[in-house]
Design a protein around this ligand. Structure first.
Ligand code: ZN
Length: 396
């Protein structure tokens, strides 16, 4: 198979400044390379299209049922999760989502898919995975009084020793990230979004293991003070950040901690209606929405790095929705496009480049129009490439 491709004539977008310039893009072995290094490449005409880094969902649960009123997920095993994750992931790429970070999925389903996708067994997105999330007994994700029968998407740990043990067992399974459920969420009646569910010694212990092993940590975290503590301990990304303030924003900016706001979770009222959220959860979300958006804007003002994540399925359409809602919540278009592409790549260790240049991973989309004047063009990709291979060929 010829894995050398020369893509000619595209307007190449740069999320540092919103400008696009016509230049050829050379791709070899999954990377953008210097055009002069190609030998007999496949030539692809992309004139008239804008080329840019593909979109990211940095907060996904590919196999999850999300808001599962009938509690069907509690009677499922890994097989059901694996099937759902696979179709969700493969479909997401056709929506231009070329990168996904799974932050708590069941029974190593995400780890298996990440490997299969990276090996090219399926054409789909780049996937980084956290395996099961880590929570305390009775902590966020508990569905009182139900327990999963077979699939394990969160592992309870109590005390510093158990935290270390669970974190190390996830490292042994081959995760790229660790995910901690530090505070409560919107959906449960039995917890608040602000209060920490970890003791300080538990948090310190798990962060030490992560630091020793070079594994970044993402935290489901609503509250301001506990977000600051997580950031000071080296946390890489705060998820949701429902109740952050200016002080938190300054701390995250100082420490280089990302915010993945998942604004859909409090702002997508239509989704809450369609998914028949219970009244207490809807009320909690509506109350949280204003503070959530204010915290996001405080983070933007302080220079906190932002990356997109929807926290909802199916990943493809919900990522598009998250991008639209972030702009409505007050982010500039350029900030949103940067958060959805280059910033998310940087969060996931793919480098800080803001436009495809030699040495960057060739996860690209090709769209008709200029996303700065019509952002909806990113929802209809005319070409999608991951790992340097076309998932949707241009003109095909
Ligand atoms: Zn989540």
């Amino acid at each position: 198979m010829n894995n050398q491709i020369l893509i000619k004539g595209a307007d190449v977008f740069d999320s540092a400044n919103g400008e696009s310039k016509v230049r050829d893009l050379a791709v070899k072995d999954g990377q953008v390379v210097d055009p002069s290094s190609l030998v007999n490449p496949q030539i692809v005409d992309a004139s008239g299209l804008t080329a840019m880094f593909g979109l990211w969902d940095c907060h996904a649960h590919p196999g999850g049922l999300m808001y599962d009123l009938s509690a069907a997920g509690y009677f499922e095993g890994p097989a059901e999760w694996a099937v759902r994750a696979g179709s969700n992931l493969l479909e997401a790429a056709t929506y231009g989502v070329t990168g996904i970070r799974a932050v708590a999925d069941a029974s190593r389903v995400d780890i298996a898919w990440a490997k299969a996708l990276a090996e090219g067994k399926y054409l789909g997105p780049r996937l980084l995975c956290a395996g099961a999330g880590i929570r305390t007994t009775g902590g966020h994700g508990t569905a009182f009084p139900r327990r999963p029968t077979d699939a394990v998407w969160e592992i309870p740990a109590d005390g510093a020793d158990e935290m270390r043990k669970v974190a190390r067992s996830l490292v042994e399974q081959g995760v790229d990230w660790l995910k901690l459920m530090i505070t409560g969420g919107l959906y449960s009646e039995h917890e608040t979004v602000e209060d920490s569910q970890f003791t300080d010694d538990e948090l310190v212990a798990v962060m030490e293991v992560a630091r020793n092993r070079g594994i970044p940590v993402a935290a489901h975290c609503g509250g301001a003070r506990i977000a600051e503590r997580f950031s000071e301990l080296g946390g890489r990304s705060i998820e949701h950040g429902y109740a952050l303030d200016e002080k938190t924003a300054a701390t995250l900016a100082k420490n280089g901690t990302w915010l993945v706001p998942t604004i859909s979770v409090t702002h997508d009222v239509e989704m809450m209606e369609n998914d028949e959220w219970p009244t207490h959860a809807k009320e909690k979300a509506v109350v949280a929405a204003k503070k959530h958006a204010e915290g996001l804007m405080a983070c933007i003002a302080a220079g906190v790095k932002i990356a997109t994540g929807a926290d909802l399925n199916p990943i493809g359409p919900k990522t598009h929705r998250e991008i639209t809602l972030l702009e409505s919540a007050g982010m500039s278009r350029l900030q949103v496009l940067h958060a959805a592409t280059a910033s998310a790549r940087e969060l996931n260790g793919l480098g800080a480049q803001t436009t495809p240049t030699p040495g960057t991973a060739a996860d690209l989309i090709f769209v008709e129009g200029n996303p700065m004047t019509d952002m909806s063009c990113i929802e209809r990709p005319k070409g999608v490439m991951t790992f340097g291979r076309f998932v949707i060929p241009i003109g095909g």
